[in-house]
Design a protein around this ligand. Structure first.
Ligand code: FES
Ligand SMILES: [Fe+2]
Length: 440
């Protein structure tokens, strides 16, 4: 089907309370509209401020298919600028990250230079612009910025549309997952550790986002990887020290009741997390020295509360997913209806023992990396959906699990962990933003 652009009713009809039309994963027109509406009107993750630790450092990326630069200016403030020269529009930086020499950005085409706040510093042969009126235009004012940028405890988000929900209004209580991740540092600070693992998925971005709180798949899709680890570990004599890799693999093949009782929490606007009661991260071996440092920093009671919160995946719809209990995040960069770049970042908890970082790095390598043995189980399934949905004869994708007709529109709250309610909530948000209805 096509013709969605001017037909909100047709978009609305793609989402039923308990199912979605296969076009939402396949249509180029809907993908374009997602970038122009959902991804432009909501708060999209740009990067972490520790990716640009020193004044002049930059990181370049794209949000909603628009090139942007995350930058630390000479006042030590983290900014987001559009990666577009004010003159004829050349992209200013091409590298994914680097440093601006002499506190200046310099366009590679005609050499206009900019201060780190985006204002114009010099234009070659400037006299040629006298009396032309350039100074009174947008071009004369320098590099544009997204109209709304927030640095929340190191996590930098931008909204490209001047109109739209406020940051706190949009994310609401889901920000407690970022709080818990940052509070796990005895110094209350995270640092990106090493570079980024980029993992190209040949599937629609929503499959990844939906899968984050899909707990009916691990025991099936990850049976080959985690099931093998389980077999290897079975029958080891009591007291054998459990390798970290085994500790991380085994919970993926826990039974259905484990994932069901784990629980899922739903917020407005498509955000959610699994691990209300416990999670696959609950039984990692304690690092005694770390707990002592946490108690010294926060007091025994508060330290216990922080470490007792072991959420599994939190979805900051539509662009960011975090695993607070293991200090890893994955960022969604949609490229086409069937092409999505997933960035996987690993964090060091400032002031925590090195053992914690080793655990995180191992997890990223085993579970989230392109070379992992868990992540590509998922990738295989996403691709399988992308190909399967080409089949005619049934236009609908089922999201019925634990649906009841009285579910209504307000979904915030706790539910059993294997419910597909997180996906239904995502699509309700999708429907609202794609048809121009306001955020909740
Ligand atoms: S396009 Fe940048 S200076 Fe001309
Ligand atoms: Fe998975």
């Amino acid at each position: 089907m096509s013709g969605y652009r001017h037909d909100p009713a047709a978009i609305r009809a793609l989402v039923r309370p308990d199912a979605v039309h296969r076009d939402v994963y396949r249509s180029q027109e809907l993908f374009d509209l997602e970038m122009e509406r959902l991804w432009r009107d909501t708060w999209i993750y740009v990067g972490h401020d520790s990716q640009v630790p020193n004044p002049g450092d930059y990181y370049s990326t794209e949000i909603a298919r628009q090139p942007v630069i995350l930058l630390r200016d000479d006042q030590n403030e983290v900014r987001v600028l559009m990666n577009r020269c004010a003159h004829k529009g050349a992209r200013l930086v091409s590298a994914t990250h680097g440093h601006c020499e002499n506190k200046l950005l310099r366009c590679p085409y005609h050499g206009w230079t900019y201060r780190l706040d985006g204002s114009i510093r010099t234009i070659p042969m400037k006299a040629g612009y006298e009396g032309t009126g350039l100074a009174d235009t947008q071009n004369g004012r320098g590099i544009a910025s997204p109209p709304a940028v927030v640095n929340y405890r190191g996590f930098v988000f931008a909204r490209l549309n001047p109109q739209g929900p406020g940051f706190e209004e949009y994310f609401g209580g889901s920000l407690t997952s970022i709080d818990n991740l940052v509070d796990r540092s005895p110094e209350g600070r995270l640092e990106v550790a090493g570079g980024v693992l980029r993992y190209m998925h040949d599937s629609n971005w929503k499959m990844f986002i939906e899968n984050l709180n899909d707990t009916m798949h691990p025991m099936v899709a990850h049976e080959s990887a985690a099931g093998t680890a389980k077999k290897l570990w079975a029958g080891k004599p009591e007291g054998t020290p459990k390798p970290m890799a085994i500790e991380q693999f085994l919970p993926f093949v826990n039974g259905y009741s484990f994932f069901d009782q784990m629980g899922v929490h739903i917020y407005e606007n498509g955000h959610s997390y699994t691990g209300v009661n416990f999670s696959i991260h609950s039984n990692y071996a304690a690092v005694g020295e770390y707990e002592t440092l946490m108690e010294q920093a926060y007091g025994a009671q508060r330290a216990r509360a922080i470490l007792g919160e072991v959420r599994h995946n939190t979805v900051y719809y539509p662009s960011l997913t975090i695993k607070g209990a293991i200090q890893a995040i994955r960022v969604v960069r949609p490229l086409a209806p069937d092409r999505t770049l997933i960035e996987s970042w690993t964090f060091r908890l400032a002031g925590a023992p090195a053992q914690l970082l080793r655990r995180t790095v191992l997890y990223s390598r085993l579970i989230n990396a392109p070379t992992s043995v868990v992540g590509h189980d998922d990738q295989h399934c996403y691709r399988a959906i992308q190909e399967g949905l080409a089949a005619e004869g049934n236009d609908w994708v089922s999201l019925h699990r634990n649906y009841s007709a009285g579910e209504g529109a307000q979904l915030a709250g706790n539910y059993n962990g294997t419910s597909e309610i997180s996906m239904r909530a995502q699509f309700r948000a999708w429907q609202r933003f794609m048809t121009g209805e306001p955020a909740r």
